[in-house]
Design a protein around this ligand. Structure first.
Ligand SMILES: Nc1ncnc2c1ncn2[C@@H]1O[C@H](COP(=O)(O)OP(=O)(O)O)[C@@H](O)[C@H]1O
Ligand code: SF4
Ligand SMILES: [Mg+2]
Length: 327
């Protein structure tokens, strides 16, 4: 397995108390595989990714438990300089907001080239040629002419391609894309998503695709992990989850996707708000919002029940997953 996160716990110490942002996350992704991580804002998707990349804000953040195995090696046991060697070279991240992630006063060619100069000791001239090659690879038109331009001279979609090029530069084994298309308009979103999926296949990378939008991942992901209040509440191969969710929260998310054939109809939205992470409700964290909640849900925290075993395991953290699946 390329990456295996096991029982990860992350908390933030704030003035108001301890925010339990990640509460026992397990997920994995293999080479050539795409895992989509889904959930509303604040569910712990980014914090989990930051822990994997080793860019968590510590303090106030703290990893209190768990393992992050990268090709079998626990990253949490490595020294910072060993981690730095992995970051960028063997795992890289694409962020939502290219404009604030790219350096505004450096040309795109210089920023891309820097990766090769710093990590591979390449000359400026050679690294320039590499930058053009990368821009071609992410299909930026007229790469040779545009390599000297600055980030603000590119459109949002093109800037996101540049971010992807930066992430790809050193041919990492794993890419984590955190809401890579959220800031883009819909048609450009699809293009950038397709590009990511294509490159992932071409380079046989593992890809973790973080999004709050179930609509964008159907065609590109192999499997989905749905997060709620810092836990994975459902995990399944992508097609199974669309056919029949085994968790009421996933069901709610699915019913919130706008559908072209239902234009004008009111969208189902999950009522209520995600919990305050300083005071996660006892029992099932979703119980105050769950249309299927029973008494047991307010007292007993559901374990991650095994739904099916093979070929990709499927699991749901709901006491009533059977009723949900067949209801
Ligand atoms: N730097 C930080 N300081 C304090 N709390 C944080 C910080 N980063 C994240 N958190 C807490 O962790 C929660 C989960 O954040 P995050 O993983 O970013 O959610 P998302 O699923 O939207 O990516 C936030 O709602 C917040 O309570
Ligand atoms: S355990 Fe209960 S409250 Fe939680 S999702 Fe299942 S039915 Fe709803
Ligand atoms: Mg996030």
């Amino acid at each position: 397995m390329l990456l295996e996160v096991r029982d990860l716990h992350v908390e933030f110490h704030t003035r108001d108390g301890v925010a339990k942002a990640v509460n026992g996350v397990d997920y994995s992704v293999d080479a050539g595989e795409t895992l989509a991580v889904l959930g509303e804002s604040g569910s712990g998707k980014s914090v989990t990714a930051q822990a994997v990349m080793g860019i968590l804000d510590i303090p106030p953040g703290r990893i209190t438990r768990g393992e992050i195995l990268f090709q079998g090696q626990d990253l949490l046991k490595l020294k910072e300089d060993e981690r730095r060697k992995i970051r960028g070279a063997r795992m890289a991240m694409v962020f939502q907001d290219a404009l604030s992630s790219l350096n505004p006063v450096l040309s795109v060619g210089d920023q891309l080239g820097e990766m090769f100069q710093v990590h591979q000791g390449m000359s400026r001239k050679d690294s320039r040629a590499k930058a053009v090659e990368l821009m071609d690879r992410v299909r930026i038109p007229a790469a040779k002419e545009r390599v000297g331009q600055y980030p603000h001279q590119f459109s949002g979609g093109m800037r996101q391609r540049i971010m992807i090029a930066m992430a790809l530069a050193l041919e990492p084994e794993l890419i984590i894309a955190d809401e890579p298309t959220t800031a883009l308009d819909v048609t450009v979103q699809a293009q950038v998503m397709d590009l990511l999926a294509e490159l992932q296949r071409e380079l046989n990378m593992g890809l973790i695709l973080i999004t709050h939008d179930l609509g964008v991942v159907a065609d590109v992901a192999d499997k989905i992990a749905v997060m709620y209040a810092g836990r994975i509440v459902e995990q399944a191969p992508v097609h199974e989850i669309y056919k029949a969710p085994a968790h009421p929260y996933t069901k709610g998310l699915l019913e919130s996707i706008p559908r072209l054939d239902q234009k004008g109809q009111e969208l189902y939205a999950i009522k209520g708000l995600p919990p305050n992470l300083l005071h996660i409700p006892p029992g099932c964290a979703f119980n105050p919002r769950c249309p299927m909640a029973q008494d047991v849900c307010r007292t007993d925290e559901p374990p991650l029940y095994e739904v099916t075993e093979s070929p990709v395991p499927r699991a749901s953290a709901c006491h009533f997953w059977k009723e949900c699946l067949h209801g």
